[in-house]
Design a protein around this ligand. Structure first.
Ligand SMILES: Nc1ncnc2c1ncn2[C@@H]1O[C@H](COP(=O)(O)OP(=O)(O)OP(=O)(O)O)[C@@H](O)[C@H]1O
Ligand SMILES: [Mg+2]
Length: 428
């Protein structure tokens, strides 16, 4: 790969200085011929102009141009066309500087870090990160290659790592890696562990507390013992559910890229789920009302689809209006070319208090709950909709959430129809 060196000092405008000297010399002659008295004044003026011309003509020191150089200077940019072309195809931001710290090449990807036009400008004029600029100075002064981590706050907080090194020629290469996604994943993992331990710690603390009470002052109180054992059983149940949900989530995630192969009737699945949840609807005085529909075959796995509708119908019961109705409706969405056999939809609607608009995009995050206290009181772990999302991803389906605060919420599941299924009705 050919990389030619960047040019040194800028060529001086010699012609302008020669003209300036000639004008000064002509003025001196003219004044000398016109009268002896003015000679000393004219000589002094000519000397000043000539001195100025000589000063301007002198080559400047390399560093003297310091940050005048946010002005582009194109003459130094002379990487070969082939090298430029290759570097443009590198996905990571890449900058090449000359020995004086001026950018002679910045690939397309670097725009995300340094913004607009950088070539010909000093690195200090385009990158405002002191850590990186200091490292560049150390390397210009002969230092070893360095990795520098830095964060850019505007327009959005992003984390980067820059590798800065001197090439075998006197050029300096800066390669930047965007670590934002990796950092985000680390944060999510840490949050997840913190959330999971917190969710387990609360019931565990309750159980441990009651064990101490039963060993201590409630030792001989049969009535208190019964009450405490009941609470301990509820708390232990919560821990068991949480662990089951966590395991289920991990299993589904691991399997997410392996789509199901079986065919099932989603109408029959939802009927079975609703029947099993009847006893849970009773304490709320709610009813699950199913719109009649012919069988709808989808490509999917029965147990996982049961989990999806169990959570959606149970949520509608828990967070819907007491004494209200949970309405379930089925249908087919018109197929697009890409979807082949089209899609089947199931909507679960309640007439509860609804969900605030800003919370809707976060509902499928693990442990996210609009009202944590209320969810806990109703035995929720906040993992239900995260599980629904991963199951639907695996099924190449999707979840649509609509809600009007004060009126209720509608959760619609779309699933790919089995290839043998024929369309007959559209989703409005
Ligand atoms: N039909 C609904 N109406 C109002 N809010 C809802 C509804 N469904 C879900 N939510 C809100 O979304 C949150 C997340 O639901 P999700 O099913 O993930 O958790 P959960 O029901 O609290 O617990 P889990 O499903 O693990 O038992 C709930 O805590 C609740 O705040
Ligand atoms: Mg739930």
């Amino acid at each position: 790969m050919a990389i030619s060196e960047a040019g040194g000092a800028r060529p001086r405008p010699w012609r302008a200085y020669l003209v300036l000297c000639a004008v000064a010399f002509a003025a001196l002659i003219a004044v000398a011929l016109s009268g002896q008295a003015a000679l000393p004044v004219a000589a002094a003026g000519a000397a000043v102009i000539a001195a100025l011309a000589v000063y301007l003509a002198l080559p400047r020191r390399a560093g003297a141009a310091e940050d005048a150089s946010s002005e582009p200077v194109r003459e130094g940019a002379n990487l070969s066309a082939q090298a430029r072309d290759i570097f443009e195809h590198v996905d990571d931001p890449l900058l090449i500087l000359d020995a004086a710290g001026r950018v002679i090449f910045a690939n397309r990807a670097s725009k995300s870090v340094i913004g607009g036009e950088a070539e010909g400008k000093r690195i200090s004029g385009v990158l405002r990160t002191p850590e990186v600029l200091e490292a560049v100075e150390r390397i210009i002064a002969g230092g070893e290659a360095e990795n520098i981590a830095f964060t850019v706050l505007v327009p959005l907080r992003r984390h980067y790592e820059a590798y800065i090194a001197r090439t075998s020629g006197p050029l300096i290469v800066i390669r930047v890696r965007d670590l934002t996604a990796m950092r985000r994943a680390e944060e999510l993992r840490a949050d997840f562990v913190a959330n999971a331990s917190h969710e387990l710690r609360t019931p565990l603390a309750a159980v441990t507390g009651f064990i101490d009470t039963l060993r201590g002052h409630a030792k001989d109180d049969a009535q208190a013992r019964e009450r405490f054992l009941e609470i301990m059983s509820i708390e232990a149940g919560r821990m068991r559910r949480l662990i089951e949900d966590l395991l289920s989530l991990t299993r589904i995630e691991l399997n997410e890229h392996n789509p199901p192969a079986g065919e099932v009737d989603v109408v029959a699945i939802v009927h079975d789920v609703a029947a099993a949840l009847e006893s849970l609807a009773e304490p709320y005085g709610s009813r699950v009302v199913m719109a009649p529909h012919e069988p709808l075959r989808v490509t999917g796995e029965r147990d996982e689809l049961c989990q999806v509708f169990q959570n959606l119908i149970h949520n509608a019961i828990k967070y819907g209006r007491s004494g209200g109705e949970v309405r379930v409706r089925f249908g087919r969405a018109a197929p697009s070319k890409r979807e082949g056999a089209g899609q089947v939809f199931v909507t679960v609607a309640d007439n509860g208090e609804g969900i605030p608009r800003e919370a809707i995009p976060r509902l499928t995050e693990r442990f996210y709950r609009v009202d944590v206290k209320r969810s806990r009181e109703r035995g929720g772990t906040g993992l239900g909709l995260a599980i629904v999302k991963h199951i639907l991803n695996r099924h190449e389906g999707r979840l649509q959430i609509e809600s009007t605060p004060g009126e209720g919420s509608t959760f619609t599941v779309f699933l790919p129809a089995a290839p043998t299924a024929a369309p007959s009705e559209s989703h409005s």
